[in-house]
Design a protein around this ligand. Structure first.
Ligand SMILES: Cc1cc2nc3c(=O)[nH]c(=O)nc-3n(C[C@H](O)[C@H](O)[C@H](O)COP(=O)(O)O)c2cc1C
Length: 320
């Protein structure tokens, strides 16, 4: 997710779950290939498994971007066919590609030919006045023929005219049933559902229905403990010891923050992703407030984690 799942966020999320698959922000193929912005591929080996998401619509450029991604260590490269923003529409990529399945098939075929990493796709159920029932099976069939075996479907249309990117994540209605029917129609396709899923209970329901995976975006970011800390046990069948303890994860982040500051970074760049760690728990507000206030001070260092934990604990015991 742009501006959210940067490398600091992913490092933090990986401490909460060993098993979930993480995604980078979308990186555009032109930025990598024409702009030479290969620093956008930087990540820590500890984040793995992490998929690189690319945006683009030129097969040759995407193939080259995929090659750079594979060289940087990504084992999965995902093509974005879901992003509705204007900037992305003007470059002919993102959700508007739902209207040109043959081009998407050529893009993924070129990417497949360039790398051994797995090529996957994230798409919508359609755009504007398309009939999802009609175009989605055709779209999936074409990209499967081009070699794609794993797809995530954001189960709503993107309306390319008149809605902001943010509105396009909430307003077009969700059609989970259509995604379930696609799994019945293409049993060999590894199909994950995305959009509006905000708990592990809901995720378990989709898996019981036969879907192969569930992608959770905003809920995992805003309440990472509720979604990620129990996922290894509940979804991936690990033992009870696999549940991550949010306090211990916060403490482990101190080393990471110290390294980031030593390398010239700002504490805030890391801690901004950690504000939701105690969401819904006693003292959450005190944790959040201390982290956001203290992280902006120029002399701030990893000790602000201890301070915020102490404020949280005090507030929680006062409330008990
Ligand atoms: C801040 C933000 C940035 C996003 N950036 C991307 C992106 O780079 N690539 C992408 O495929 N989806 C992106 N999305 C969409 C999410 O991946 C997801 O499809 C959408 O939020 C619906 O899922 P959710 O209800 O679980 O959040 C973004 C969403 C948000 C909130």
């Amino acid at each position: 997710m742009m501006d959210w799942t940067d490398r600091h966020c992913r490092y933090f999320h990986r401490l909460l779950s060993r098993e979930v698959l993480l995604y980078t922000e979308m990186v555009t193929a032109p930025a990598l290939v024409r702009g030479g912005a290969v620093h956008l591929l930087d990540h820590d080996a500890a984040e793995q498994p992490v998929a690189l998401q690319l945006g683009g619509s030129d097969p040759g450029e995407l193939a080259e971007a995929a090659r750079l991604g594979a060289e940087a260590g990504y084992e999965e490269i995902n093509l974005n066919v879901g992003c509705p923003s204007d900037r992305v529409q003007s470059g002919t990529f993102g959700a508007v590609l739902m209207t040109d399945a043959p081009l998407v098939a050529r893009c993924v075929a070129a990417m497949e030919a360039a790398v051994r990493a797995e090529i996957t796709v994230k798409c919508r159920i359609g755009v504007d006045d398309q009939e999802p029932e009609v175009i989605l099976p055709d779209f999936l069939e074409r990209i499967m023929d081009a070699g794609v075996g794993r797809v995530t479907v954001h189960a709503r249309k993107a309306w390319l005219k008149g809605l902001s990117p943010k509105e396009n994540r909430d307003i077009p209605p969700l059609d989970y049933d259509l995604v379930r029917r696609m799994k019945e129609r293409f049993p060999a396709l590894h199909l994950s559902v995305n959009g509006g899923i905000d708990s592990l209970e809901a995720a378990e329901g989709f898996l019981r229905d036969g879907l192969d995976g569930v992608m959770i975006g905003r809920a995992a970011y805003h309440n990472p403990a509720a979604i990620l800390a129990e996922a290894d046990r509940r979804i991936f069948g690990q033992g009870p010891e696999s549940d991550a303890d949010p306090v211990s994860v916060a403490i482990q982040m101190k080393d990471y923050i110290a390294r980031h500051v030593a390398a010239g970074g700002r504490v805030h760049q890391v801690t901004r992703h950690m504000l939701g760690l105690f969401a819904g728990k006693p003292g959450a507000r005190h944790w959040r407030r201390h982290l956001s206030d203290a992280a902006h001070l120029s002399e701030a260092g990893p000790e602000i984690i201890d301070e915020a934990l102490a404020r949280r604990a005090e507030a929680a015991s006062a409330a008990a």
